[in-house]
Ligand binder design. Structure first.
Ligand code: S3P
Length: 450
């Protein structure tokens, strides 16, 4: 560690992360592993809970979001061992057999927990559920799943015309639909498919562009009657279908690896090997974008593990060039736009991100927060309703006081930007990183060399 690179100052409920890189500069070196994929971790816990028999999970993300999922399903009678990255056991209750919880289900900060779970709850006939989340999640749009579920005759009530949590659900036997989703969202797609598991007949979702397909892959592995039509981005589940407990191996999260891919690209003289990263093609938009920016990244030891493609990623620092990112690649790098904005600050030319209005309804308004924060650090950023224009070519940023707005990906993106800033950057509410990456700061300390 290069002192005083990192200092966490705790206030009552929050921690400020202070980074003061040494004036002589630093580089990033080493071989690291990132925590388990968040999307796959949620799905492993949920399908394990719904399946008949035991599911064993290796590589689970032990972050706050999967803890929320586990807590919700435990409250519905599912036995789930203590979460750890090596071996988690879920004793499935069998489809349709979740118990009515005697208290409110709390999805915490996790949109995936709430949206996927709503499909499951709405189709559990004869049981009543109440669902809530933290301050951020209670502002995020739920109508995108409530409306199609209501088309399936689900009974759901919530604030603002059923658009916001807290939500109440009276489980029903639902009617199958063919839903043409207006947005490419894996949370919407997965919610409807999960509702379709208990619904007699064919439930189909068609999306405008392909979003992450972890649900489809895992449902197939668990024995669901599911078919995919790639030409039309459609998936069909035929219910009722039974699931059978499986062994799931969760690869490292490419969304977490993205911080190191950008960090090593922009910090001169760096080289990192990031082992065991999931490289599912519906998630590798970040690799395509960084390739367009002429980053130096190679995939090594490519293999398939438990139905998901995996590789080790080697990244060396490089002179980045600006690029334009928009269209169908956006759903494949949706969570990586904040860290790509950091890369763009160092890329020669003006980088344009468009078609990314979805970022405004994530854990924070990620377009506004990144424009504002990078602006404070001396980068010229123009905010558009659906994207950003970032004037690059910086060799160093200016240390500043910024805020994560309790958004994990903002906290970590700003920490990477701070590595290349003169003076001290203080990131308020940086504890948010633990949502998806509990040991982010430790890894940062390990790889920094003076
Ligand atoms: C996720 C889907 C994406 C992503 C989120 C995780 C998932 O959200 O941003 O972090 O696990 O299905 P949307 O479906 O809203 O795009």
């Amino acid at each position: 560690m290069v002192a005083p690179l990192v200092l966490l100052e705790n206030t009552e409920n929050h921690a400020t992360l202070k980074l003061s890189p040494p004036s002589g500069g630093l580089s990033l070196q080493g071989k690291i592993q990132v925590p388990g994929d968040k999307s796959i971790s949620h799905r492993a816990l949920m399908l394990g809970a719904l399946a008949e028999g035991t599911t064993e999970i290796e590589g689970l993300l032990v972050g706050e979001d999967p803890q929320s999922t586990a807590a919700c399903f435990r409250a519905m009678g599912v036995e789930i061992s203590e979460l750890n990255p090596t071996h988690v056991v879920v004793k499935g209750v069998g489809l349709g057999n979740l118990q009515e919880p005697t208290t409110v289900l709390d999805a915490g900060n996790s949109g995936t927990t709430m949206r996927l779970m709503l499909g499951i709850l709405a189709s559990h006939a004869g049981r009543f559920f109440a669902v809530t989340g933290d301050d951020s999640l209670r502002t995020r749009p739920m109508s995108r799943v409530v409306k199609p579920l209501q088309d399936m005759q689900a009974q759901i009530w919530g604030r603002k015309d059923n658009a916001l949590a807290p939500l109440a659900v009276q489980g029903q036997t639902l009617k199958p639909i063919h839903y043409h989703s207006p947005i490419a969202s894996a949370q919407v797609k997965s919610c409807i498919l999960l509702a379709g598991l208990l619904t007699p007949g064919k439930t189909t979702v068609t999306e405008p562009a392909l979003s992450r397909d972890h649900s489809e892959r895992m449902l197939k592995a668990f024995g669901a009657d599911i078919s995919v039509e790639p030409e039309t981005n459609s998936v069909t589940v035929t219910g009722p279908t039974q699931l059978h407990g499986q062994k799931v191996v969760v690869p490292g999260d490419i969304s977490s690896a993205a911080f190191w891919l950008v960090a090593a690209s922009i910090v001169p003289g760096s080289e990192l090997l990031i082992e065991n990263v999931g490289v599912n093609p519906t998630r590798t938009g970040i690799l395509e974008a960084l390739e367009m920016m002429q980053a130096d990244i190679t995939l090594e030891n490519e293999r398939e593990v438990a139905g998901e493609p995996v590789a080790d990623l080697r990244v060396r620092s490089a002179k980045l060039k600006a690029c334009t990112i928009g269209g169908d690649v956006i759903p494949r790098l949706i969570d990586e736009v904040p860290i790509l904005a950091v890369a763009a600050a160092f890329a020669e030319g003006t980088t344009v991100v468009k078609d990314a209005a979805e970022l405004r309804v994530k854990e924070s308004d990620r377009l506004a927060v990144m424009a504002d924060s990078l602006g404070k650090m001396g980068v010229e950023v123009t905010e558009h309703p659906d994207g950003l224009e970032i004037v690059g070519g910086a060799t160093a940023l200016e240390g500043a006081e910024v805020d994560s707005f309790t958004d994990h990906r903002i906290a970590m993106s700003l920490a990477i930007a701070a590595l290349m800033a003169k003076g001290t950057t203080a990131i308020a509410r940086a504890e948010a990183a633990a949502i998806s990456y509990p040991n982010f700061v430790e890894t940062l300390e390990d790889i920094c060399q003076a």
